[in-house]
Design a protein around this ligand. Structure first.
Ligand SMILES: [Zn+2]
Length: 409
């Protein structure tokens, strides 16, 4: 662990206190200095100093609140929202999504482009050029200030250094993306694994706001998870945890790209579901589905209207998904297990089966503690980066950066 000098420690404490004051104003929407002092348990003199600093940077402003007795209006503080914006991107397997959000996290605009349009399949220069174009087209520099850029993607990412360690789909290895972005756009950059960041978004603004421990299970091309433990992303020294897709569910099952057999991903991923249905159609089983144009959405719709083949395949998938979820519950005992993926479109069918399977396979004393539900952010990829930026803002590092950048103007 890094050793701080006494001066650095004092600076750090100031940063944490200023962040807690900003956080209170953000939470309360409108608050007086007196209430701030009471809620933060900081001295009124410190509150005066910190709010002056936040105001000088344009992060908060005073508003007059008419007293109900008709006397002198009381002065409240509120966050300045419109002035500060950030860019949140998802570098996906096939698409790049770029969105503009205000400092409070509200989405202002979004843009999506296919990655196969990247020249020479070289996604990093393409990403930087797309972000530059997006900023040029969407930020009004007279009124708005860019404060950060966040990029989330699948693969192995070192959040601390902002490095894409390994992203095989785009042939990326050890790319210091955070540094590249900061160099190009002169703002702090936040880079992290997409599913992990999205689990943080569920905690901050989504379906897991009311709990400290939750797991987001993402069922798409693969099956992945983001684990929140004690209000923080659960991770380790090399950021590789939660590979739930490779829990072996069927020892005699199909080969998996990891080298094993019968991994959850060979049964419950979108690709696996499409493969199972295609195989059964080819064998002549009766169904309203056709191989041409087969999608997970179409399979869910067919199941919802009673197509026996679609129902049976999704029932099996749900049962085995439940077995894997039981393992997660036994290991982490979360308060909530959230599922994100196209299969949620058949929720009336799949959730009762998943729950039944969990009841059969998870520890009896843990099962009553956990709520299994759909995730809030099913199709809002930029929310993952929003969680990273809001975390840096409310914990102080990004707030401190803004104070130093704009405080003296
Ligand atoms: Zn595997």
């Amino acid at each position: 662990m890094m050793k701080h000098s006494p001066v650095a420690n004092i600076e750090f404490i100031k940063q944490v206190n200023t962040a807690s004051v900003y956080r209170l104003i953000d939470e309360q929407k409108q608050i007086s200095r007196v209430s701030l002092a009471r809620l933060s348990e900081l001295a009124p003199a410190s509150i005066t100093k910190m709010t002056r600093q936040l105001m000088a940077a344009g992060l908060i402003k005073e508003i007059a609140q008419q007293a109900s007795t008709g006397g002198r209006p009381a002065i409240s503080l509120t966050c300045e929202i419109e002035k500060f914006v950030f860019v949140s991107c998802k570098l996906g397997r096939n698409n790049l999504t770029i969105a503009l959000h205000d400092i409070a996290g509200t989405k202002l605009t979004t843009y999506r482009v296919a990655l196969d349009t990247a020249p020479d399949n070289d996604v990093i220069p393409f990403l930087l050029a797309q972000i530059a174009d997006f900023i040029g087209a969407n930020i009004n520099t007279d009124l708005q200030r860019l404060i950060a850029i966040a990029v989330t993607s699948p693969g192995l990412i070192d959040r601390e250094s902002g490095t894409i360690v390994y992203l095989p789909k785009h042939n990326l290895k050890d790319i210091p993306l955070g540094n590249l972005l900061t160099k190009s756009f002169s703002v702090p950059a936040y880079i992290a694994n997409h599913t992990q960041s999205l689990s943080l978004a569920e905690l901050y603004f989504g379906a897991a706001q009311d709990c400290q421990d939750s797991v987001l299970l993402s069922v798409h091309d693969g099956v992945g998870s983001g684990i929140i433990n004690n209000g923080k992303i659960f991770t380790n020294y090399n950021n590789q945890v939660g590979e739930i897709g490779h829990i072996r569910i069927d020892p005699l099952g199909l080969p998996c790209h990891c080298g094993s057999h019968g991994c959850l991903e060979t049964i419950a991923s979108n690709e696996a579901i499409l493969k199972q249905i295609t195989g059964l159609i080819n064998q002549g089983h009766e169904t309203s589905l056709t191989i041409e144009g087969l999608t997970i959405e179409g399979i869910c719709n067919a199941a919802n209207s009673g197509d026996e083949l679609a129902v049976q395949v999704l029932q099996r998938v749900s049962k085995l998904l439940g077995q894997a979820i039981a393992i997660i519950i036994n290991l982490f005992n979360p308060q909530k297990l959230l599922i994100k993926g196209e299969i949620v479109a058949a929720k009336e069918l799949i959730f009762p089966i998943i729950e039944h399977s969990v009841q059969q396979h998870a520890l009896g004393s843990f099962v009553p503690n956990v709520v299994i539900n759909e995730a809030k952010f099913q199709n809002e990829p930029s929310m993952a980066g929003v969680a990273l930026v809001r975390k840096a803002l409310l914990e102080g590092s990004l707030l401190n950066h803004i104070i130093h950048e704009y405080g003296n103007n």
